[in-house]
Each structure stands twice: as structure tokens, then as C-alpha cells.
Design a protein around this ligand. Structure first.
Ligand SMILES: NC(=O)c1ccc[n+]([C@@H]2O[C@H](COP(=O)([O-])OP(=O)(O)OC[C@H]3O[C@@H](n4cnc5c(N)ncnc54)[C@H](OP(=O)(O)O)[C@@H]3O)[C@@H](O)[C@H]2O)c1
Length: 337
């Protein structure tokens, strides 16, 4: 089997760390692994398959000889290095939103539109984390009864804001418990004991940039250009694993048991729907896992074409690192890496 020279751009961050673990767990065929970050982390070491690898400062020539670059840095860093990665002839699978809506860049959730990788021109984008989790939760339903529109509320963990979000939450828990005032930096307000109904920046239509991703990216992943999504994104004081409440308006009326049956066989999905025994997905149970957990399925009281569900998924793993590696695996399978 061919082995690949792989670089992680942003290896020291929340997604980069998860990429390292997932590459090892999934036994990805690696010849050489390069860990790249800013000069702040250069010289630090990370463990991979029992060996220490030193992080190097990312520079324009860091990608020469690479087959694959897994991007785990912000938009500006992604844009800064994309050209160097392409010049090095490496495939770039990017977790930032820099290229997601570019017509020449496939936006891929392998369980849904894996074959889209065949259309890549050197860059494949990994979708927004809540969008991946939401799309995985509803895809099996969409296949048997097309979704016309969705009303979604997200409950997004602090780790969605990276390592600085996690550190702020953990330090703030201690400060608040000890009665000290908190001085937020990663978030605009104190997150402990609070909910912040803004993720991203506000647009002219009153929605935030994060909220519009569910519609814009959802259309591209589901190949459904007419999908409408009315989304509200909320940051919640949870360390890890995003949750979504979703009401789907379907083309046709439906039988709830059939929907449950379809979900119980859906790839990447696990149905946990036993309300009588208080069994439903929760962030604590779904952290550090790769499936999206779906439950609380019920018929909408206002419309017999609509149904409501609840889902949770680890947004650092399936919402970012693992999805990116699954994309690379799909490229190997379809011989476009
Ligand atoms: N966290 C999530 O749940 C999540 C989910 C889906 C997608 N994403 C996306 O994934 C990307 C990474 O997010 P994250 O949460 O992992 O962020 P993070 O924890 O803040 O990590 C950012 C990474 O970027 C590196 N970096 C910063 N400046 C750099 C530079 N000049 N050159 C090279 N590397 C540089 C950092 O290195 P230093 O440590 O040296 O600063 C760090 O490794 C972002 O685009 C984010 O939107 C995140």
C-alpha cells in the first residue's frame, strides 16, 4: 500500500491535536508526518505512534515533498499558504471556511457526498462543524423524503473556539467558583453560567455568519440548492460536543417509525431515542466519539410534513479532524490522492 507524506498546518491547536490522534487510531498510511504551526509553538514536541515529532514554524517552503496537507488553522493562515501547498502539488484538505463556497472546491462529508472529491483541483474543504453534525443527522431522512427547509438552533461548545475557548472556560469556572470577576477574551461575555446568542459576525439580514453556513454549506453538501435554513447559533458553557435542535419541513407526510428505521441504519449516525427511559443524546456522552447521535424524534404539532429531532456530535472529531481524514481516505479509495 502506498504511504504518504502528510503535513498538519495548525498541529498544536484543538483540531490539529485531534488530527494527530485520529491519524494514529485509523492507521492512516503515513511515510512522513510534518507538524506545522506558528513560531509560538515551533520547537515543542507532540507524540505520534510512540515517537516525538517537533513542531516547525510554517513557511512557504514547508510543503515541498508533501502529498497531503491537513489544514487546521484560521482562514487568514489557510489563504496565506494555499498557493504554496498547490505549488508543492499536495492535496489540501482545509478546515477553515476560506474556500468552502468556492465553485471549484468540493465541500465534503464522506457519508453524504464522498464522490464529490473526484472534482477536486488541489483543495477540498471540510464543512462547518455544526453543518456536518446537522447534515449527518438528517441525510437518511432527506433521502426518503426530501427536506424543503429547516429551523435549527445550535448549542455550541466552547471548544468550537479552539484551545483559547477551552482554556478561558476552564479558568473562568475556577474564577467564578472562587468569586473572582472574570475578564473574557475568547468570548465577548462571561460564558460560565451564561448563553451567548452570537457566533460569528452579524450580517445585513440579522443572521450571523455562522448561522448562514448551515444553509449555504448545507445546500452544497446535500446537492439541494433550494434548501432554506433558519438558524440560531448559541455558545453554551459545555466543553465539547455541539448539540442541535432541528425541525425539518419535508416534501411529503411521513411515518415516524419509518424515519426511525432509516436513521437506525444511517452511516455515521447512532439513534438514541428512548425517552421513556430518559435516553437521548447529550454532549457529555458524545464527546471524543465519531458518530452523530440522534434522538427526541417527534411529529411537529403545527404541520404534518414536519418533524423535530435533537442531535449531538463531537465537533472537533467528526465536525473537523475525523471528517478531514475520512475525506483523505475517500481520495485514496477513489484514486485521486
Ligand atoms: N475547534 C473546532 O471545534 C473547529 C471545528 C471545525 C472547524 N474548525 C476550524 O479549524 C481551524 C482550527 O481551529 P482550532 O479550533 O483548532 O483553533 P486553535 O485551537 O486556535 O488552533 C489554531 C492553530 O493554528 C496555528 N496557527 C496560528 N497562527 C499560525 C501561523 N501564522 N502559521 C501557522 N499556524 C498558525 C496555531 O499555532 P500556535 O499554537 O503556534 O498558535 C494552532 O496550531 C479553524 O479554521 C476553525 O474554524 C474548528
Amino acid at each position: 500500500m502506498k504511504k504518504y507524506t502528510v503535513a498538519i498546518l495548525g498541529a498544536s491547536g484543538a483540531v490539529g491535536n485531534a488530527m494527530l490522534s485520529a491519524l494514529e487510531e485509523r492507521n492512516f498510511p503515513i511515510k512522513e508526518l510534518r507538524l506545522l504551526a506558528s513560531e509560538r509553538s515551533a520547537g515543542k514536541k507532540m507524540m505520534f505512534c510512540g515517537n516525538e515529532i517537533e513542531i516547525q514554524k510554517a513557511e512557504s517552503n514547508s510543503f515541498i515533498g508533501c502529498d497531503l496537507v491537513l489544514g487546521a488553522a484560521d482562514n487568514s493562515i489557510s489563504k496565506q499558504f494555499a498557493h504554496d501547498i498547490q505549488k508543492a502539488n499536495a492535496l489540501y484538505i482545509d478546515n477553515s471556511s476560506a474556500f468552502r463556497l468556492d465553485d471549484h472546491v468540493p465541500l465534503v462529508v464522506p457519508e453524504i457526498n464522498g464522490e464529490d472529491v473526484l472534482n477536486h483541483h488541489g483543495i477540498i474543504a471540510n464543512p462547518n462543524c455544526s453543518t456536518i453534525i446537522g447534515c449527518i443527522a438528517v441525510y437518511a431522512i432527506h433521502k426518503i423524503n426530501p427536506i424543503q427547509s429547516m429551523i435549527v438552533s445550535t448549542y455550541q461548545a466552547v471548544s468550537g473556539a479552539g484551545i483559547k475557548g477551552m482554556e478561558e472556560y476552564q479558568n473562568q469556572l475556577k474564577d467564578v467558583y472562587e468569586g473572582h470577576p472574570s475578564s473574557p477574551k475568547a468570548f465577548d461575555y462571561q460564558i460560565v453560567g451564561n448563553l451567548i446568542p452570537q457566533i460569528g459576525s452579524f450580517l445585513d439580514n440579522g443572521f450571523t455568519s455562522e448561522e448562514m453556513k448551515m444553509q449555504n454549506e448545507g445546500r452544497k453538501i446535500l446537492h439541494n440548492p433550494h434548501l432554506f435554513v433558519n438558524c440560531t447559533c448559541v455558545r453554551v458553557p459545555v466543553l465539547r460536543s455541539h448539540s442541535l435542535s432541528m425541525t425539518l419541513h419535508l416534501k411529503n407526510t411521513y411515518d415516524l417509525d419509518e424515519i426511525k428505521k432509516a436513521l437506525s441504519h444511517a452511516k455515521g449516525c447512532q439513534l438514541v431515542d428512548d425517552p421513556q427511559n430518559k435516553l437521548y443524546p447529550m454532549p457529555l456522552d458524545t464527546s471524543n466519539q465519531d458518530n452523530v447521535y440522534v434522538g427526541r424524534l417527534r411529529k411537529d404539532l403545527c404541520n404534518d410534513h414536519s418533524l423535530t429531532l435533537w442531535c449531538c456530535g463531537d465537533q472537533i472529531r467528526k465536525g473537523a479532524a475525523v471528517n478531514a481524514i475520512q475525506i483523505a481516505e475517500k481520495c485514496i479509495e477513489l484514486q485521486c490522492l
